[in-house]
Design a protein around this ligand. Structure first.
Ligand code: ARG
Ligand code: ASP
Length: 712
């Protein structure tokens, strides 16, 4: 019965009848081969995952612990997003060689640039170790079971025979109802090969972020290097390009709506199996609170960034990162409302209860726990965001840890050095005067929005923004932690070493610093009034969520469940598709170079276009990279269920050829982390034709194209 409700709901709202019902991010050893084939896949599950012979998984890696990347040549050429390689591109940039602004293209292997610390992880094997982890915990109560599980994880991790370059990571699935072991090969010599200028790789920047129609060439190229035996090795000039077991052929065939596609990568975190009450709290309370704080911070930063170039440069990366999730949460809240996520979940709960009345107790208990936790969750959301966005408080937080380390005797030379380095790079991109404004404003928000019982005594005095602006500027101007005030005649900017030379004097100074005192009172109030209660409820919620997950799986037998994303390798599949996000508004599935030119604003920091690209456009010099419309396709959308971490993931066709590079989702569908809905949820990819067009025609890096296997 419930199943009918859900299917009817999905089919009524779906624009094409073959839409998969639930989306899903599948463990590659357990993909739904039948449904994938029904949707059009021509290869088999074994071609995707096989440990006995080369398979597609051998070409997919986790890039530097966060994004995904894929191998596209027999010489270890690696494709990922521009925004994933951004840090590396930035590190190699200087005023003279500004690779962020102008792009970078190695002309041969010798010109490829090493990146200390950057790693790529291959998943060599996946083992279900549930019996070993949970076997002896059946009759234990929750707290005891937790300890036994911890022990088991340690023992099982050690039980694998691995190579020196391998590691074993055991991850819970389905909220701890299952456990999987991942055997991981880590390669450590990863070199930068190519990147387009930001005016291509980050075209549209924050304005277009999370938005379709999109026109971003969000890609960069790296190469994996190995030792002479093709094994992982630290960087050495004697290392050679890695020879992969498998690499992805690159298809430049035209795409059409309805084409089968799948995405293979490392999605970070989703929460698809929450009870309705949890979704309601996110939608109505915690998301809006976090959005509120960031609203204030971003507006204040933007005012100065627009008029002052130095500030623009200092804050570009921080602004982008704060704005990224700010914008995502706004989309998420709207999407949850629009897709009636709470209503759908409530119906689902009722249907589950009808089949298994015991679930009523679970739902009631969730309602009780989430309702009781709500004020603490809200207070926590504000606290975290206030400390993150008011940089004076972020700094104070760091110095708070510094004081603790000094006073407890944990501050050795190495810790001090790394602390100073961290602070030094923070100050480089810090504007104390601007931050004093941000801090003043978010403090007022904090004082006004959070009930007094969670705040330090006397905090009402921060309710008045205008007063705060004066007070905080005064404090900031004289503070050592902002780098504006001095100690022993030195500031963090003039001589950081001197500031830290006498640790005792520094600690004494810090303790008298009003910003430090403010932060300390906020932190102490938070640790006393919010944190313990929040955690107490959260651990009960976690235990209940584990039970509810098991109940959903036992009761809803027809549904194929996938575990929520947890940064492990997954396969998701769907169809190339446009969408109808609003009444009478239809987004086509594909954008083109002509659309880049429509958005072109000369000199603009988001929508400028490089002259060379304009020339190619004017001459229509598109080579083999145009499609049947005579234009070069730039981005396209599909119904693949993706999330943060899927950036850089390969989008493959029915034959396992690369057709796109995943980098974003469409705003109207970002609630997919909580409630995937095939009507609104679309992943956005860079078309392989655009990638090859930029490499070949724009960068003249034909030698890279020659390495690839191009499918025409
Ligand atoms: N929204 C995408 C993701 O979550 C892209 C972010 C990078 N781009 C940007 N303009 N901030 O990562
Ligand atoms: N842009 C995201 C990433 O960097 C992908 C997404 O959230 O859809 O992983």
């Amino acid at each position: 019965m419930k199943r009918n409700i859900i299917i009817a709901g999905f089919f009524l709202s779906s624009i094409f009848p073959l839409a998969q019902q639930y989306g899903g991010m599948w463990i590659p050893t357990e993909v739904n081969e039948k449904e994938m084939k029904e949707l059009g896949m021509k290869i088999s599950a074994k071609d995707i995952w096989d440990t006995t012979k080369p398979s597609i998984k051998d070409a997919v890696v986790q890039f530097n612990g966060g994004c995904t990347a894929e191998i596209i040549s027999p010489k270890g050429l690696l494709l990922t997003n521009h925004h994933c390689g951004y840090g590396q591109i930035q590190k190699h940039s200087s005023v003279k060689n500004d690779y962020l602004a102008d792009g970078f293209w190695a002309k041969n292997n010798g010109e490829e640039l090493p990146n200390a610390g950057v790693t790529v992880d291959f998943i060599a094997d996946i083992k279900d170790v549930t019996p070993q982890i949970l076997g002896n915990t059946k009759n234990l109560e929750a707290k005891q079971a937790e300890d036994v599980i911890k022990n088991n994880i340690e023992t099982v991790t050690k039980s694998f025979k691995i190579e020196p370059y391998q590691k074993v990571v055991i991850k819970p699935m389905y909220y701890g109802n299952k456990y999987y072991a991942y055997i991981i090969d880590t390669y450590k010599d990863v070199r930068l090969v190519g990147a387009p200028p930001s005016s291509i790789g980050k075209f549209g920047s924050d304005t277009d972020n999370w938005v379709f129609p999109r026109h971003t060439g969000d890609f960069s190229l790296f190469r994996i290097y190995a030792d002479k035996n093709n094994k992982p090795a630290e960087y050495s000039k004697d290392n050679v390009p890695y020879r992969p077991k498998h690499f992805l052929p690159v298809s430049i065939k035209d795409k059409k709506e309805g084409d089968f596609t799948f995405v293979f990568g490392f999605p970070g975190r989703t929460t698809e199996y929450l009870p309705s009450i949890a979704v309601e709290k996110i939608m109505n309370e915690t998301d809006p609170a976090m959005i509120d704080v960031r609203d204030v911070a971003l507006k204040t930063l933007d005012e100065k960034m627009r008029t002052d170039q130095a500030t623009k440069i200092k804050y570009a990366s921080k602004y982008a990162s704060v704005a990224n999730y700010w914008k995502k949460w706004i989309g998420e809240v709207e999407g949850l409302k629009k897709s009636n996520a709470v209503g759908k979940k409530q119906k689902y709960e009722q249907a589950l209860i009808a089949k298994n009345p015991a679930i009523k107790t679970t739902i009631d208990e969730f309602n009780r726990l989430y309702t009781a936790q709500a004020p603490y969750a809200l207070s926590r959301a504000y606290y975290t965001e206030v400390v993150r966005n008011a940089e004076a408080l972020t700094l104070a937080n760091n110095y708070y840890n510094f004081i603790n380390a000094v006073e407890s005797g944990r501050m050795d030379a190495k810790t001090l050095e790394s602390f100073k380095n961290r602070m030094n790079s923070f100050y480089k991109d810090y504007d104390g005067e601007l931050d004093a404004k941000v801090t003043a404003k978010v403090l007022a928000l904090y004082a006004n929005r959070v009930p007094a019982q969670y705040l330090p005594a006397g905090f009402e005095k921060f309710k008045d923004v205008n007063q705060n602006l004066k007070t905080v500027e005064e404090w900031s101007k004289n503070s050592v932690i902002t780098g504006r005030g001095s100690l022993n005649g030195a500031t963090a900017y003039s001589d950081l070493n001197k500031v830290f030379a006498d640790q005792k004097a520094l600690v004494q100074n810090l303790k008298k610093d009003p910003l430090m005192q403010l932060f300390t009172s906020m932190r102490e109030a938070y640790m006393k009034n919010t944190d313990p209660k929040y955690n107490e409820y959260q651990s009960q919620i976690d235990a209940l969520q584990k039970k509810y997950m098991a109940q959903q799986m036992e009761t809803d037998r027809d549904r194929k469940f996938f575990p929520d994303a947890n940064s492990t390798l997954r396969v998701t599949y769907g169809k190339v598709a446009g969408s109808n996000p609003k009444d009478a508004l239809y987004y086509g599935y594909q954008t083109h170079l002509s659309g880049v030119m429509e958005k072109y604003i000369p000199g603009d920091y988001e929508f400028d276009v490089p002259q060379k690209l304009i020339d190619l456009y004017n001459k229509k010099d598109y080579g083999i990279y145009k499609n049947s419309t005579g234009d070069v396709p730039v981005n396209f959308t599909a119904t693949n269920h993706t999330t943060g971490g899927n950036s850089g993931s390969p989008a493959l066709d029915a034959n396992g050829n690369l057709i796109g590079l995943n980098f974003d989702r469409q705003w109207e569908g970002t609630m997919s982390d909580i409630n995937y809905d095939p009507k609104f949820s679309r992943n956005i990819m860079v078309d392989t034709k655009y990638i090859l067009f930029i490499i070949d025609k724009f960068a003249n890096a034909k030698w890279l194209i020659d390495e690839m296997k191009v499918v025409k």
